[in-house]
Design a protein around this ligand. Structure first.
Ligand code: PMT
Length: 221
């Protein structure tokens, strides 16, 4: 894919989990490793795109040739994405926590005081929805992911319509698939034009094929 087809295009990619702090030692998070999102950023950069990768905490090295912005929380991820605009395309691969603890305490919560028996939550901003509905700088192509465990296609298609993105990449994250944290993925791309089912393949191959499809679409005008 080192063909420079995406030269002059700016693509924003989100990856990894978010960490939502509760106190100085605890946070709410999920099992995303960042592997799929980093692979997408790398594939796009290889094709010549200018890539901004906004990433939650992962154990991965920043990909070469990619502007990498490290964040922790969903709110920080949104701010970093807004700051990266304008972009021709956005790929939201991050597993953003839908909720955060309503208050973050400065001191460690003590179980003896009953502090951990209930944690009130607030809803986090939705980055994919915000980018899809941006009034001044909506990327021409907005791509979301859908991590599902049942009725994968049905839920993913509903999600695409609800969030207002152009494509949604559906993947099954049921235990046993190894999708979260593993090296392979099985995805279906859903758009207004229908669905495209891809075989199980390494995340790098999913990324390469997705980058090709993005280039085809962006260059079509
Ligand atoms: O990181 P890996 O270990 O490689 O695993 C990859 C992955 C399974 C995490 C990835 O392929 C994936 O599916 N990412 C999206 C996970 C997710 O949070 O899906 P969701 O169905 O909860 O969210 C739907 C979409 O909205 C996603 O594009 C998500 O980035 C976006 N979203 C969700 C909530 C929120 N507050 N802001 C968002 O932008």
């Amino acid at each position: 894919h080192a063909d420079g087809r995406l030269k002059g295009q700016h693509v924003l990619v989100t990856a990894g989990p978010t960490h939502e702090p509760l106190d100085p030692v605890r946070y709410i998070a999920n099992r995303s490793s960042g592997k799929q999102g980093y692979a997408i950023a790398r594939a796009l950069a290889k094709m010549g795109a200018k890539v901004t990768l906004v990433t939650g905490p992962t154990g991965l090295a920043p990909p070469a040739g990619v502007e990498t912005v490290k964040v922790e929380t969903a709110r920080q991820m949104l701010a970093a994405c807004e700051a990266a605009l304008p972009a021709d395309c956005a790929v939201c691969c991050a597993a953003v926590a839908d909720y955060r603890p309503q208050i973050e305490t400065e001191h460690k919560i003590k179980k003896e005081r009953g502090g951990l028996s209930a944690i009130p939550l607030s809803e986090n901003p939705d980055i994919l929805r915000t980018l899809s509905n941006h009034d001044t700088a909506r990327p021409r192509l907005v791509i979301g992911f859908a991590a599902e465990t049942d009725d994968v296609i049905g839920h993913a298609d509903a999600k695409r319509k609800r969030k207002g993105c152009d494509w949604i990449v559906a993947n099954d994250v049921s235990p046993g698939t190894g999708t979260m944290g593993g090296d392979n993925n099985t995805v279906t791309i859903l758009s207004e034009d229908g669905e495209e089912e891809w075989d199980n393949m390494p995340k790098a191959a999913v990324a390469g094929r997705l980058a090709d499809k993005i280039a085809d679409t962006l260059l079509k005008g």
